[in-house]
Design a protein around this ligand. Structure first.
Ligand SMILES: [Zn+2]
Length: 155
């Protein structure tokens, strides 16, 4: 999934979560938390030196790429567990973790899927996948986000 679409999903999701009342402690999220959600959304692709985030920290993305490969450790339950631990220490990071999690959900919808239990090589993907950077990806992401925002603000 393209970063722009990952961002639409995560930022819409964060907005919906904060407005829905499901998590009362997020009822009045500060606007700047959206930038942490965006950071968390970009973070899993730090293992790719040509990604938006990886190209900015090549000194970090190349070693991760060489040691672990792309879409391996950063797209696994190991990374999510590490992030959950960091949220436990610093609750503000919940917005980063939210963006990160929704990035993984987005990649689950791609034909490449996720090696969720890496280093196990089994790939997990949605029964219905959407090719990356396809018209279908844009229609699905922007369409469902528009519907979600409309539903949220007309309810
Ligand atoms: Zn990814």
């Amino acid at each position: 999934m393209m970063l722009v679409n990952h961002l639409v999903v995560s930022l819409t999701g964060w907005h919906a979560l904060s407005q829905s009342g499901v998590l009362p402690e997020l009822a009045n999220v500060e606007p700047w938390t959206y930038s942490l959600v965006a950071l968390g959304t970009a973070l899993p692709d730090i293992d790719h030196p040509d990604s938006t985030i990886g190209s900015r920290v090549k000194w970090l993305s190349w070693p991760i790429r060489i040691v672990f490969g792309h879409r391996n450790i950063t797209h696994s339950i190991i990374a999510m567990a590490a992030l959950a631990y960091m949220v436990h220490i610093e609750p503000l990071l919940v917005s980063v973790a939210f963006g990160y999690l929704l990035h993984l959900v987005g990649d689950w919808f791609t034909p490449s899927g996720l090696k969720l239990f890496w280093p196990a090589q089994r790939v997990y993907r949605s029964p219905l996948t959407i090719p990356t950077n396809s018209i279908a990806e844009y229609l699905f992401v922007w369409g469902t986000s528009a519907l979600a925002l409309t539903a949220l603000h007309t309810a």
